[in-house]
Design a protein around this ligand. Structure first.
Ligand SMILES: [Mg+2]
Length: 373
Protein backbone atom coordinates (compact mmCIF):
# COMPACT_ATOMS: atom_id res chain seq x y z
CA UNK A 1 0.00 0.00 0.00
CA UNK A 2 1.14 3.55 -0.68
CA UNK A 3 -0.30 6.82 0.60
CA UNK A 4 -1.16 7.87 -2.98
CA UNK A 5 -4.64 7.71 -4.52
CA UNK A 6 -5.48 8.16 -8.22
CA UNK A 7 -7.63 11.29 -8.35
CA UNK A 8 -8.17 11.74 -12.10
CA UNK A 9 -7.82 9.98 -15.45
CA UNK A 10 -7.73 11.93 -18.69
CA UNK A 11 -7.87 10.37 -22.15
CA UNK A 12 -6.28 12.44 -24.94
CA UNK A 13 -6.33 11.39 -28.59
CA UNK A 14 -3.53 12.64 -30.83
CA UNK A 15 -2.65 12.49 -34.51
CA UNK A 16 0.91 13.19 -35.67
CA UNK A 17 1.26 13.02 -39.47
CA UNK A 18 3.98 10.90 -41.06
CA UNK A 19 6.67 12.45 -43.24
CA UNK A 20 5.53 10.05 -46.00
CA UNK A 21 2.76 7.49 -46.36
CA UNK A 22 4.14 3.96 -45.92
CA UNK A 23 2.85 0.59 -47.15
CA UNK A 24 2.86 -2.10 -44.51
CA UNK A 25 1.30 -4.98 -46.43
CA UNK A 26 -1.89 -5.11 -44.43
CA UNK A 27 -2.52 -1.36 -44.69
CA UNK A 28 -1.17 2.09 -45.62
CA UNK A 29 -0.40 4.45 -42.75
CA UNK A 30 -0.49 8.26 -42.85
CA UNK A 31 0.60 9.03 -39.29
CA UNK A 32 0.50 8.15 -35.61
CA UNK A 33 -3.10 7.98 -34.37
CA UNK A 34 -2.82 7.25 -30.66
CA UNK A 35 -4.32 7.74 -27.22
CA UNK A 36 -2.30 9.33 -24.42
CA UNK A 37 -3.52 8.45 -20.95
CA UNK A 38 -2.86 10.85 -18.07
CA UNK A 39 -3.32 9.62 -14.49
CA UNK A 40 -2.89 12.04 -11.59
CA UNK A 41 -2.75 11.34 -7.87
CA UNK A 42 -4.04 13.32 -4.90
CA UNK A 43 -0.36 13.82 -3.98
CA UNK A 44 0.41 15.68 -7.23
CA UNK A 45 2.08 12.89 -9.25
CA UNK A 46 1.29 12.33 -12.95
CA UNK A 47 1.71 9.06 -14.84
CA UNK A 48 1.55 8.69 -18.64
CA UNK A 49 0.70 5.75 -20.86
CA UNK A 50 -0.13 5.26 -24.53
CA UNK A 51 -2.51 3.13 -26.56
CA UNK A 52 -1.55 3.02 -30.24
CA UNK A 53 -4.07 0.84 -32.07
CA UNK A 54 -3.99 -0.07 -35.74
CA UNK A 55 -7.40 -1.18 -37.04
CA UNK A 56 -5.99 -3.89 -39.34
CA UNK A 57 -3.85 -5.35 -36.56
CA UNK A 58 -5.00 -4.74 -32.99
CA UNK A 59 -8.01 -2.43 -32.69
CA UNK A 60 -9.28 1.12 -33.06
CA UNK A 61 -8.68 4.45 -31.33
CA UNK A 62 -12.45 4.81 -30.89
CA UNK A 63 -12.83 1.41 -29.21
CA UNK A 64 -9.84 1.90 -26.91
CA UNK A 65 -10.95 5.42 -25.99
CA UNK A 66 -14.31 4.02 -24.89
CA UNK A 67 -12.58 1.17 -23.06
CA UNK A 68 -10.51 3.64 -21.04
CA UNK A 69 -12.96 6.48 -20.51
CA UNK A 70 -16.28 4.65 -20.15
CA UNK A 71 -15.35 1.21 -18.82
CA UNK A 72 -12.03 1.43 -16.94
CA UNK A 73 -11.96 4.99 -15.56
CA UNK A 74 -14.65 4.41 -12.87
CA UNK A 75 -12.64 1.44 -11.61
CA UNK A 76 -9.23 3.18 -11.66
CA UNK A 77 -10.03 6.52 -10.00
CA UNK A 78 -9.81 6.17 -6.22
CA UNK A 79 -7.30 3.27 -6.34
CA UNK A 80 -3.73 3.01 -5.03
CA UNK A 81 -1.51 3.27 -8.17
CA UNK A 82 1.18 0.86 -6.90
CA UNK A 83 -1.34 -2.02 -6.82
CA UNK A 84 -0.63 -2.64 -10.50
CA UNK A 85 -1.59 -6.33 -10.70
CA UNK A 86 -4.82 -5.85 -8.72
CA UNK A 87 -5.92 -3.03 -11.02
CA UNK A 88 -4.89 -4.86 -14.23
CA UNK A 89 -6.57 -8.15 -13.18
CA UNK A 90 -9.74 -6.19 -12.52
CA UNK A 91 -9.40 -4.43 -15.89
CA UNK A 92 -9.31 -7.84 -17.59
CA UNK A 93 -12.56 -8.79 -15.86
CA UNK A 94 -14.26 -5.50 -16.79
CA UNK A 95 -13.52 -5.61 -20.52
CA UNK A 96 -12.16 -8.28 -22.87
CA UNK A 97 -9.52 -7.48 -25.52
CA UNK A 98 -8.54 -3.80 -25.87
CA UNK A 99 -4.94 -4.72 -25.14
CA UNK A 100 -3.76 -1.25 -26.22
CA UNK A 101 -6.00 0.44 -23.60
CA UNK A 102 -4.67 -1.97 -20.97
CA UNK A 103 -1.07 -1.29 -22.06
CA UNK A 104 -1.70 2.46 -21.61
CA UNK A 105 -3.21 1.94 -18.16
CA UNK A 106 -0.44 -0.37 -16.94
CA UNK A 107 2.24 2.02 -18.24
CA UNK A 108 0.73 5.01 -16.44
CA UNK A 109 0.51 2.98 -13.21
CA UNK A 110 4.14 1.86 -13.54
CA UNK A 111 5.17 5.45 -14.33
CA UNK A 112 3.67 6.62 -11.01
CA UNK A 113 5.00 3.60 -9.10
CA UNK A 114 8.49 4.30 -10.46
CA UNK A 115 8.29 7.94 -9.42
CA UNK A 116 7.21 6.89 -5.90
CA UNK A 117 10.03 4.36 -5.57
CA UNK A 118 12.65 6.49 -7.37
CA UNK A 119 13.29 3.75 -9.97
CA UNK A 120 12.92 3.60 -13.78
CA UNK A 121 10.37 1.02 -15.01
CA UNK A 122 13.20 -1.26 -16.27
CA UNK A 123 14.36 -1.57 -12.63
CA UNK A 124 10.81 -2.24 -11.41
CA UNK A 125 10.40 -5.23 -13.76
CA UNK A 126 13.63 -7.00 -12.89
CA UNK A 127 16.52 -4.68 -13.60
CA UNK A 128 18.30 -3.06 -16.50
CA UNK A 129 20.32 -5.57 -18.57
CA UNK A 130 21.61 -2.93 -20.98
CA UNK A 131 21.75 0.84 -21.43
CA UNK A 132 21.18 0.87 -25.21
CA UNK A 133 19.39 -1.34 -27.76
CA UNK A 134 20.25 -1.57 -31.49
CA UNK A 135 17.48 0.04 -33.55
CA UNK A 136 15.97 -1.35 -36.75
CA UNK A 137 14.35 0.91 -39.35
CA UNK A 138 11.46 -0.35 -41.49
CA UNK A 139 11.85 0.17 -45.24
CA UNK A 140 8.26 0.47 -46.43
CA UNK A 141 8.05 3.14 -49.11
CA UNK A 142 6.54 1.97 -52.45
CA UNK A 143 9.03 4.43 -54.00
CA UNK A 144 12.30 2.51 -53.54
CA UNK A 145 14.45 5.41 -54.77
CA UNK A 146 13.10 7.53 -51.89
CA UNK A 147 13.78 4.65 -49.50
CA UNK A 148 17.36 4.36 -50.73
CA UNK A 149 17.92 8.05 -49.92
CA UNK A 150 16.43 7.49 -46.44
CA UNK A 151 18.63 4.43 -45.91
CA UNK A 152 21.75 6.38 -46.95
CA UNK A 153 20.92 9.13 -44.42
CA UNK A 154 20.19 6.59 -41.68
CA UNK A 155 23.44 4.78 -42.48
CA UNK A 156 25.25 8.07 -41.82
CA UNK A 157 23.41 8.19 -38.48
CA UNK A 158 24.86 4.77 -37.59
CA UNK A 159 21.76 2.63 -38.29
CA UNK A 160 22.75 -0.86 -39.50
CA UNK A 161 19.51 -2.84 -39.00
CA UNK A 162 16.92 -2.47 -41.78
CA UNK A 163 13.64 -4.34 -42.10
CA UNK A 164 12.13 -4.52 -45.58
CA UNK A 165 8.35 -4.61 -45.71
CA UNK A 166 7.67 -7.17 -48.44
CA UNK A 167 4.66 -8.73 -50.12
CA UNK A 168 2.81 -5.45 -50.73
CA UNK A 169 3.88 -5.28 -54.40
CA UNK A 170 5.20 -8.25 -56.37
CA UNK A 171 7.87 -10.82 -55.55
CA UNK A 172 10.29 -9.48 -58.20
CA UNK A 173 10.16 -6.01 -56.56
CA UNK A 174 11.11 -7.60 -53.21
CA UNK A 175 14.02 -9.53 -54.76
CA UNK A 176 15.23 -6.42 -56.61
CA UNK A 177 15.29 -4.33 -53.40
CA UNK A 178 17.09 -7.02 -51.42
CA UNK A 179 19.70 -7.49 -54.12
CA UNK A 180 20.27 -3.73 -54.43
CA UNK A 181 20.76 -3.25 -50.69
CA UNK A 182 23.06 -6.27 -50.31
CA UNK A 183 25.11 -5.01 -53.27
CA UNK A 184 25.38 -1.43 -51.91
CA UNK A 185 26.18 -2.25 -48.28
CA UNK A 186 27.63 -5.78 -48.40
CA UNK A 187 27.75 -7.75 -45.16
CA UNK A 188 27.75 -4.59 -43.03
CA UNK A 189 23.98 -4.22 -43.38
CA UNK A 190 21.72 -6.42 -41.23
CA UNK A 191 18.71 -7.05 -43.49
CA UNK A 192 15.42 -8.36 -42.18
CA UNK A 193 12.15 -9.15 -43.99
CA UNK A 194 8.57 -8.54 -42.82
CA UNK A 195 5.66 -9.83 -44.90
CA UNK A 196 2.95 -8.57 -42.53
CA UNK A 197 0.92 -11.71 -43.47
CA UNK A 198 1.41 -10.95 -47.18
CA UNK A 199 2.26 -14.36 -48.67
CA UNK A 200 -0.27 -16.98 -49.76
CA UNK A 201 0.39 -20.03 -47.59
CA UNK A 202 0.45 -22.46 -50.55
CA UNK A 203 3.41 -20.65 -52.20
CA UNK A 204 5.20 -19.15 -49.19
CA UNK A 205 8.09 -21.63 -48.93
CA UNK A 206 9.18 -21.08 -52.54
CA UNK A 207 9.08 -17.27 -52.16
CA UNK A 208 11.10 -17.32 -48.92
CA UNK A 209 13.69 -19.70 -50.42
CA UNK A 210 14.24 -17.15 -53.21
CA UNK A 211 15.01 -14.46 -50.63
CA UNK A 212 17.39 -16.68 -48.66
CA UNK A 213 20.12 -16.03 -51.25
CA UNK A 214 20.38 -12.48 -49.83
CA UNK A 215 20.94 -13.82 -46.28
CA UNK A 216 18.19 -12.04 -44.31
CA UNK A 217 18.53 -12.26 -40.52
CA UNK A 218 14.88 -13.31 -40.22
CA UNK A 219 11.59 -13.42 -42.10
CA UNK A 220 8.63 -12.03 -40.15
CA UNK A 221 5.02 -13.22 -40.32
CA UNK A 222 4.90 -14.53 -43.91
CA UNK A 223 1.30 -15.82 -43.68
CA UNK A 224 -1.99 -14.81 -42.09
CA UNK A 225 -2.21 -14.64 -38.33
CA UNK A 226 -4.55 -17.65 -37.96
CA UNK A 227 -2.59 -19.85 -40.40
CA UNK A 228 -0.52 -21.13 -37.50
CA UNK A 229 -0.10 -24.68 -38.80
CA UNK A 230 1.15 -23.31 -42.13
CA UNK A 231 3.55 -21.02 -40.28
CA UNK A 232 4.94 -24.03 -38.40
CA UNK A 233 5.43 -25.95 -41.69
CA UNK A 234 7.25 -22.94 -43.20
CA UNK A 235 9.47 -22.53 -40.11
CA UNK A 236 10.56 -26.16 -40.40
CA UNK A 237 11.07 -25.98 -44.19
CA UNK A 238 13.27 -22.88 -44.57
CA UNK A 239 16.74 -22.15 -43.18
CA UNK A 240 16.19 -18.47 -42.40
CA UNK A 241 14.73 -17.94 -38.89
CA UNK A 242 11.00 -17.15 -38.94
CA UNK A 243 9.43 -14.57 -36.62
CA UNK A 244 5.81 -14.61 -35.48
CA UNK A 245 4.27 -11.17 -34.97
CA UNK A 246 0.51 -11.08 -35.74
CA UNK A 247 0.25 -14.75 -34.68
CA UNK A 248 1.47 -14.11 -31.11
CA UNK A 249 -0.36 -11.52 -29.02
CA UNK A 250 -0.28 -12.86 -25.47
CA UNK A 251 0.70 -15.82 -23.33
CA UNK A 252 -1.95 -18.19 -24.73
CA UNK A 253 -0.69 -17.56 -28.29
CA UNK A 254 2.87 -18.04 -27.08
CA UNK A 255 2.00 -21.44 -25.62
CA UNK A 256 0.28 -22.44 -28.88
CA UNK A 257 3.30 -21.18 -30.80
CA UNK A 258 5.65 -23.34 -28.75
CA UNK A 259 3.41 -26.40 -29.03
CA UNK A 260 3.23 -26.09 -32.84
CA UNK A 261 6.90 -25.16 -33.35
CA UNK A 262 5.44 -22.14 -35.11
CA UNK A 263 8.43 -19.79 -35.15
CA UNK A 264 12.07 -19.28 -34.14
CA UNK A 265 11.42 -15.73 -32.86
CA UNK A 266 8.48 -13.92 -31.26
CA UNK A 267 7.96 -10.17 -31.73
CA UNK A 268 7.08 -8.63 -28.35
CA UNK A 269 4.74 -5.61 -28.44
CA UNK A 270 3.17 -4.02 -25.40
CA UNK A 271 0.12 -3.17 -27.56
CA UNK A 272 -0.46 -6.83 -28.43
CA UNK A 273 0.08 -8.31 -24.98
CA UNK A 274 -1.71 -5.61 -22.95
CA UNK A 275 1.27 -4.21 -21.10
CA UNK A 276 4.95 -4.43 -20.27
CA UNK A 277 4.57 -7.15 -17.63
CA UNK A 278 2.42 -9.33 -19.92
CA UNK A 279 5.25 -9.10 -22.50
CA UNK A 280 7.70 -10.28 -19.83
CA UNK A 281 5.48 -13.37 -19.47
CA UNK A 282 5.53 -13.99 -23.24
CA UNK A 283 9.31 -13.58 -23.17
CA UNK A 284 9.60 -16.12 -20.35
CA UNK A 285 7.65 -18.72 -22.36
CA UNK A 286 9.81 -17.98 -25.41
CA UNK A 287 13.04 -18.30 -23.45
CA UNK A 288 11.99 -21.63 -21.92
CA UNK A 289 11.38 -22.95 -25.46
CA UNK A 290 14.61 -21.61 -27.00
CA UNK A 291 12.74 -18.94 -28.96
CA UNK A 292 14.40 -15.53 -29.41
CA UNK A 293 12.44 -12.28 -28.87
CA UNK A 294 12.47 -8.93 -30.64
CA UNK A 295 11.28 -5.46 -29.60
CA UNK A 296 8.42 -4.67 -31.97
CA UNK A 297 6.10 -1.67 -31.97
CA UNK A 298 3.05 -0.16 -33.62
CA UNK A 299 2.78 3.43 -34.96
CA UNK A 300 3.70 5.02 -31.65
CA UNK A 301 4.79 8.25 -30.03
CA UNK A 302 7.72 8.50 -27.62
CA UNK A 303 5.47 7.49 -24.69
CA UNK A 304 4.85 3.94 -25.98
CA UNK A 305 8.42 3.74 -27.32
CA UNK A 306 9.68 4.42 -23.80
CA UNK A 307 7.47 1.61 -22.43
CA UNK A 308 8.90 -0.79 -25.03
CA UNK A 309 12.44 0.39 -24.29
CA UNK A 310 12.10 -0.34 -20.55
CA UNK A 311 10.70 -3.77 -21.45
CA UNK A 312 13.53 -4.65 -23.83
CA UNK A 313 16.14 -3.25 -21.41
CA UNK A 314 15.04 -5.86 -18.85
CA UNK A 315 14.99 -8.87 -21.24
CA UNK A 316 17.98 -11.24 -20.80
CA UNK A 317 20.23 -12.02 -23.79
CA UNK A 318 18.57 -9.77 -26.35
CA UNK A 319 20.12 -10.41 -29.79
CA UNK A 320 17.91 -8.85 -32.45
CA UNK A 321 17.27 -5.29 -31.24
CA UNK A 322 14.11 -3.22 -31.48
CA UNK A 323 12.26 -0.92 -33.86
CA UNK A 324 11.44 2.12 -31.72
CA UNK A 325 12.12 4.69 -34.44
CA UNK A 326 8.72 6.20 -35.30
CA UNK A 327 9.04 9.38 -33.25
CA UNK A 328 12.58 9.97 -34.52
CA UNK A 329 12.38 9.15 -38.23
CA UNK A 330 8.74 8.68 -39.18
CA UNK A 331 6.58 11.41 -37.59
CA UNK A 332 6.71 15.11 -38.53
CA UNK A 333 6.88 16.15 -34.87
CA UNK A 334 7.80 15.04 -31.35
CA UNK A 335 5.18 14.91 -28.58
CA UNK A 336 7.65 14.61 -25.68
CA UNK A 337 9.60 17.34 -23.91
CA UNK A 338 12.88 15.84 -25.24
CA UNK A 339 13.60 14.04 -28.55
CA UNK A 340 13.30 10.25 -28.14
CA UNK A 341 16.82 9.06 -27.28
CA UNK A 342 17.97 7.42 -30.54
CA UNK A 343 21.67 8.02 -31.19
CA UNK A 344 24.03 6.30 -33.64
CA UNK A 345 21.50 3.54 -34.38
CA UNK A 346 20.92 2.76 -30.70
CA UNK A 347 17.89 3.44 -28.53
CA UNK A 348 19.07 4.64 -25.11
CA UNK A 349 17.15 3.45 -22.07
CA UNK A 350 15.62 6.31 -20.03
CA UNK A 351 17.20 6.73 -16.61
CA UNK A 352 14.72 8.97 -14.75
CA UNK A 353 12.29 7.37 -12.26
CA UNK A 354 9.16 5.88 -13.83
CA UNK A 355 8.72 6.10 -17.60
CA UNK A 356 11.22 8.93 -17.95
CA UNK A 357 9.39 10.45 -20.94
CA UNK A 358 6.63 13.07 -20.62
CA UNK A 359 4.48 14.86 -23.22
CA UNK A 360 5.26 18.53 -23.74
CA UNK A 361 2.05 20.53 -23.02
CA UNK A 362 2.45 22.69 -26.15
CA UNK A 363 3.08 19.68 -28.40
CA UNK A 364 0.15 17.82 -26.86
CA UNK A 365 -2.03 20.84 -27.60
CA UNK A 366 -0.70 20.98 -31.16
CA UNK A 367 -1.39 17.33 -32.04
CA UNK A 368 -4.42 16.71 -29.78
CA UNK A 369 -7.66 15.79 -31.57
CA UNK A 370 -9.81 15.39 -28.43
CA UNK A 371 -9.63 15.09 -24.63
CA UNK A 372 -12.02 13.26 -22.34
CA UNK A 373 -11.79 14.31 -18.69
MG1 LIG B 1 5.46 -7.10 -38.06
Amino acid sequence: MSEHIISSMRVHTVFIPAKAVHSHGSGDVAGINAILLELTTDTGLTGWGEASPWPVFTGTVEGNTAALHTHLRPHVVGKDPVQVETIMSQANKIIVGHTEAKAALECALLDITGQISGMPIAELIGGRQRDAIPMSFSVANPDFAADQDDIAALWEDGVRLFKLKTGFADHKFDLMRLEALRKSYGDAIDLRIDYNQGLPAFDAIRCIRDLEAFRPTFVEQPVKRHEREALAVITKAVDVPVMADESVFGVRDALTGVALGMADIFSLKVMKSGGIRRCVEVAAIARAAGIEVYGGCMFETSIAHAAGTHLMAAIPDLMLGCEFYMSTYYAVGEIATEPFPVKHGQVHVPTAPGLGVTPDPDQLEKYRTASLV
